[in-house]
Write a protein that binds this ligand. Structure first.
Ligand code: IVH
Length: 706
């Protein structure tokens, strides 16, 4: 951000202009915060702009605008689109950055499927379009519904808008009765330039890049605006279909092209990893002349039967990966290093940069990771950047890859100002003055203040209300901060007591700046609405270190209910032994996560706070997948010995998908032991306990896979 002159020195015309500009920037930030067109403003920047706005208004009260940002609470402008629950989740993709990541991906698939190096395994390779994904539902060949991805489960109904896009067929011949086509909406470079020129001529806001322009144009409540914005669409996948489109990815795409969908002409079938990488380079070489933005190449297993066997991890398919292009780079000045305190107490250094355009986006902040990184040491203690440290005043190279937070890649010592000093990383928390310590083996210095640290408490609350967690409409990061400062909300449970605690709640809230009767009533309704909530969101909402969205989903699926999970956690607490087996047997939950979960839920203050929250909630049991009629639902299965018709990983994933729990050790709680050749002590123990023992064929017959 450029430095602004002090308010006292502003002339009236300057003040008027700056207020207009602030109204525009803050409105955009609000929209972006709640929508998909991702914001480029950090919370701190947003707050600084709001403070600046308030200061100018205080100095020039008569210039306060009708649409003043001071009067607005970050209300969700996405309101207005109805919600659509996807019949099949819209997934994202895992990422590969290096050739070795692609080789590992292919090897991992071979291992999972038990294919040796000589067996054929083909992949499709196609550009990864940098737009936003859309799901189109056709019933009997007629376009019935279009929905954005949203959080993957629930998106926004943008049917009217999709109707305006020429590339999207409104009717298709020869389609199965139910056909959901998925693909990417994007804007090409020429249309993007022309749109921005028109916007500028009209004094309307311009877009930072084609992706934002596409998102902003599709998510218009007034579909006639969408019509005036030239959007395009490439089909690359499908959701629910009443009849398969083919036996292979490639054939299915060809079939979609035959129905009138645009498919990417650079899609190619590759018989080996070398061919995949070769095609990646060919696409990369054409990137600048394609006329639209792509940010990598997507590889997908071609054989759809194999895709079916590989299945999904919680948010990504095992059979596909995005191979990203290398990051884009630019040089700029490091103006300051700020320390932010996160919800787990981590002190994160943030680089404040002289704004610079990196690959079409203006960057003014970048992460500096941790103190070793600033000092020129990597995670393994070895020198990075030739051991050069980073100092305020330095000329630094910034890079960004895709959506990730920009990073500092390098520093130019020849441009270092003489007065630049090594950065002294604080050993006290800048927010609460508690000691900030680094535990052995941890790269991160953490504030030891726990919940007394306002930054930790507020960050935890912000996480709690965020979109992937409780997603309470009208209660965003800004409101949480406001309520925390006022002492209205100190922990998640307080949110649910807000209405009762203030009498009807309404009177107090509606007297606050930025709140009216309607917004206050809506807020209380939105909070009440979220008292019923899926288990995985509750677990994720605690903001426990190492227990992210994916782990929360795995835990919820494994345990089904809060009571089951907390019983397992309490059993493991204070013990070292088989009490941990159940947790550790979950595919994707490792030692570090399990320990972090148990230790967080065992800490007295934290547990008490969680218990207070739980008392307000009606927790929805996790859906245990496809278990209707599954003969193994709820059963605990142990695989031992070698398997011949599938790998251990596939056996485990299949059993779990049918609602079984897979454990590594045999005990009285085990229901079925699947024993292959070479099974040893586990099979013996199973016999001693009189458990059901099956060979691989009997197991496959039981689950209907023989
Ligand atoms: S396949 C189950 N193919 O990338 C896999 N995705 O990072 C579904 N994307 O959400 C995605 N080009 O929005 C696929 N050729 C392509 C793509 C593509 C762009 C987007 C898509 C997805 C995101 C994942």
């Amino acid at each position: 951000m450029t430095r602004k002159p002090p308010v006292e020195t502003l002339g009236e015309e300057d003040a008027r202009q700056e207020l207009a500009q602030l109204a525009q920037v803050l409105a955009k930030a609000n929209t972006a915060y709640h929508g998909e067109d991702a914001p480029d403003l950090s919370d701190a920047e947003y707050d600084a702009l709001k403070r600046r706005n308030a200061a100018i208004e205080a100095a020039f009260p008569h210039l306060k605008r009708a649409d003043s940002p001071s009067d607005q609470v970050g209300a969700a402008p996405a309101e207005g689109f109805s919600k659509v629950t996807h019949s099949q989740r819209m997934l994202s993709l895992g990422n590969a950055f290096e050739d070795t990541d692609v080789r590992d991906f292919v090897e991992g698939i071979r291992r999972y499927l038990g294919l040796d190096a000589a067996s054929a395994l083909a992949f499709t390779a196609e550009p990864k379009i940098d737009g936003l994904s859309l799901s189109l539902r056709y019933e009997d060949g007629v376009l019935k519904q279009a929905a954005t991805r949203g959080d993957g489960s629930v998106g926004e109904n943008v049917t009217q808008n999709a109707m305006m896009i020429e590339d999207i067929p409104k009717r298709v011949d020869g389609a199965p009765g139910i056909l959901e086509v998925r693909g990417e909406v994007y804007m090409d470079h020429a249309d993007f330039e022309a749109l921005n020129a028109r916007q500028e001529a009209r004094g309307d806001k311009t877009f930072a890049n084609p992706r934002n322009a596409a998102a902003g144009s599709l998510r218009q409540l007034d579909a006639t605006i969408t019509r005036s914005r030239p959007l395009k669409f490439f089909a690359y996948a499908w959701g629910e279909i009443s009849k398969p489109l083919g036996d292979s990815q490639f054939d299915a795409l060809t079939r979609l092209a035959g129905m009138g969908f645009q498919t990417n002409p650079l899609t190619q079938l590759c018989a080996s990893t070398d061919e995949m990488l070769e095609h990646y380079r060919a696409i990369e070489a054409q990137r600048a002349t394609l006329g639209y933005d792509i940010d990598g190449v997507v590889y997908k297993v071609n054989d759809l039967a194999l895709q079916g066997r590989l299945g999904f991890r919680s948010t990504t398919p095992r059979w596909a990966i995005a191979h990203k292009f290398p990051a884009e780079l630019a040089w700029t000045r490091l103006e300051a290093i700020d320390i932010q305190v996160g919800r787990t107490g981590a002190l994160s250094p943030v680089a404040r940069l002289t704004p610079v355009t990196v690959g079409g986006v203006v960057v003014s902040n970048a992460t500096l990771h941790n103190e070793d990184y600033i000092a020129g040491r990597g995670g393994d203690g070895q020198p990075i950047r030739g051991g050069n440290d980073i100092r305020v005043g330095d000329w630094v190279q910034v890079y960004r890859a895709g959506d990730v937070i920009p990073k500092i890649a390098d520093v130019d010592l020849s441009k270092r100002p003489e007065i630049a000093q090594p950065f002294a990383f604080p050993t006290l928390c800048p927010e609460c003055d508690s000691d900030a310590v680094r535990e052995e083996g941890d790269a991160v210095r953490r504030c030891t203040g726990g919940l007394i640290c306002p930054a930790q408490a507020v960050e935890k609350l912000k996480h709690f209300v965020s979109r992937a967690v409780f997603d309470i409409e009208g209660l965003g990061a800004k409101q949480v901060e406001q309520f925390y400062t006022d002492g209205w909300i100190r922990e998640p449970a307080d949110i649910f007591e807000l209405e009762a605690r203030f009498g009807s709640g309404l009177q107090q809230l509606k007297n606050r700046e930025g709140w009216g009767e309607k917004s206050a009533t809506n807020l209380f309704a939105a909070i009440r609405d979220k008292r019923t909530i899926p288990l995985k969101r509750v677990i994720f909402g605690f903001g426990i270190r190492h227990v992210g969205e994916q782990a929360s989903d795995l835990l919820a699926k494994h345990y089904g209910t809060w009571d089951m999970m907390i019983a397992a956690v309490d059993a493991a607490r204070g013990c070292e032994g088989p009490e941990w087996d159940d947790l550790l047997a979950i595919d994707g939950i490792g030692q570090v996560m399990a320990r972090s979960l148990v230790s967080a839920l065992s800490q007295e203050a934290e547990r008490a706070s969680i218990d207070r929250l739980i008392a307000h909630l009606e927790i929805e049991a996790a859906e245990v997948p496809q278990t209707d009629g599954s003969p193994v639902a709820g059963k605990t299965v142990v695989f031992t010995g070698s398997l011949e018709r599938m790998t251990r990983a596939e056996a485990k994933a299949t059993a779990e998908a049918m609602g079984a729990k897979v454990s590594g050790s045999v005990s009285g709680k085990t229901d079925i032991v699947v024993a292959g050749p070479g099974a040893g002590s586990k099979e013996k123990k199973a016999r001693d306990l009189g458990l059901q023992i099956l060979d691989e064929d009997q197991w496959l017959a039981l689950i209907g896979r023989s």
